[in-house]
Design a protein around this ligand. Structure first.
Ligand code: GLU
Length: 425
């Protein structure tokens, strides 16, 4: 028998059927591993084995034609990679990216009935942890093109690791957006019984095709069961768990709505409403921007390094209300001179809170006032990742001090709220 074959193993007490997986380098000669039909793997020692089918049948994926369906809204899909666009490679036992974007129908054939899929494009396929500032403009331009050509909405399939970064940058880049751009991923791979990608994809297609929301949103499981998906504003959302299917949670904001796979949509808070107007992809980004995190014992030489290396902006995840070490026992650990020097050299410095919930405020402690007086920009209740990408986007447009401040504190896509909310996850 060969890896990929469907086999039956009969032990003294039980019978198991599944796909034979290749032996990993850590497995010994006495065991085999099979993938059961429920998606889980089991290691077995001994037993009688029979081959039920050859490996070929595993490679067949249904071909679904993209055709215009009367009466259904048209959407386009941009496939970028991640678990949602993956399948098990039976030769290596690893999860691999799909070879053809249309293979996504293999996990979610219902899509073909729900909406009229105009196009599935895959400009690149990378794990979202490997994204750079080169990929964001490509997604933004493709989305704008599809929307301006008349589709009702766009779905972007994406890895979940940095799904919220992409949602944030698209929220800034897609100027004038008044149609849904839905980012969607999967926390569990398609070979597992707990695969969440199909339902997430269905709900995102419903949101893109039928909802009244004209914003960049993340559409992912709202709870651990397969009940509904939450529609979350692209600038007020974060991955808050490594494995839970409801990992994406609103921070300093509320769910915009909920979508059920049956097709119903519930609206829960204010959103920008859909309108049929053109969107402009404004994609200028400054590459030399960094995100630093303050912590006990953090050394200001980190900032000096960035200034020496010609960084134009630094977003610091400061502690709580927006503090950095200033009154350290050892003066070498005070950040005052490093911040002063960075500012003198024209580097934009902004603080967001590492608490995530709540907002920064320079007026409560002396430490905050010192930083504020040195010209640090306090980024209100923006999430650190959102403020980091906004800084890169703003610096892509201007190097003028006043303009940087004005743009950073301007609310483009719901990233700044006027009032802090009581709710938190
Ligand atoms: N790390 C990969 C990514 O973010 C896969 C994880 C996932 O999609 O959940 O693309």
């Amino acid at each position: 028998m060969n890896p990929g074959d469907r086999i039956r193993v009969t032990t003294e007490t039980q019978t198991f059927e599944g796909i034979l997986l290749p032996r990993s380098e850590l497995e010994d000669e006495d065991h085999i591993t099979i993938k059961l039909d429920n998606g889980y793997n089991i290691g077995l020692r001994g037993g009688r084995t029979e081959v039920l089918g050859e490996e070929e049948h595993l490679q067949v994926f249904p071909e679904i034609e993209l055709e215009k369906k009367e009466g259904l809204p048209e959407i386009s899909m941009i496939a970028t990679g991640g678990t949602i666009a993956s399948r098990l490679d039976y030769r290596t036992g690893g999860v691999h990216m799909l070879m053809e974007p249309r293979e996504i129908f293999f996990t979610t054939p219902e899509l073909a009935e729900l909406v009229s899929l105009k196009k599935v494009v895959s400009p690149f396929r990378v794990g979202s942890e490997s994204m750079t500032f080169k990929e964001y403009p490509i997604i933004a331009e493709l989305a704008a093109k599809e929307l301006n050509e008349g589709v009702a909405g766009v779905v972007v399939t994406h890895g979940t690791d940095t799904l919220h970064y992409t949602a944030a940058i698209l929220s800034f880049m897609l100027q004038g957006l008044k149609k849904p751009v839905c980012l969607v991923g999967a926390q569990r791979s398609p070979d597992r019984g707990s695969f969440d990608g199909a339902m997430n994809l269905i709900c995102s297609a419903i949101t893109a095709g039928f909802s009244d929301i004209g914003e960049v949103v993340i559409v992912m499981h709202g709870e651990t069961s397969d009940t509904y998906c939450s529609v979350l504003r692209g600038t007020k959302v974060r991955k808050m768990h490594t494995t839970r299917r409801d990992a994406f949670q609103p921070i300093n904001g509320r769910e915009l709505g909920r979508v059920w796979p049956s097709g119903s949509i519930e609206y829960l808070s204010d959103y920008r409403a859909r309108e049929d107007t053109d969107v402009h992809a404004d994609t200028a980004l400054q590459e030399k921007v960094a995100l630093l995190k303050a912590h006990p014992n953090c050394n200001p030489e980190l900032l000096n390094y960035l200034v020496d290396n010609h960084y134009k902006g630094v977003l610091i995840e400061a502690t709580a209300l927006g503090h950095l070490p200033t009154d350290t026992v050892n003066p070498e650990y005070s950040w005052i001179s490093a911040i002063k020097r960075a500012r003198e050299e024209g580097v934009a410095i902004a603080f967001a809170t590492q608490c995530l919930y709540g907002r920064v405020n320079p007026y409560v402690y002396t430490n905050g006032r010192i930083m504020f007086n040195l010209g640090v920009l306090y980024a209100e209740d923006m999430l650190p990742e959102v403020a980091f990408l906004k800084l890169a986007w703003v610096l892509g447009h201007t190097e003028n001090e006043e303009e940087i401040r004005r743009m950073m504190l301007h609310n483009y896509a719901g990233e700044i709220t006027m009032r802090s909310l009581l709710e938190r996850w």
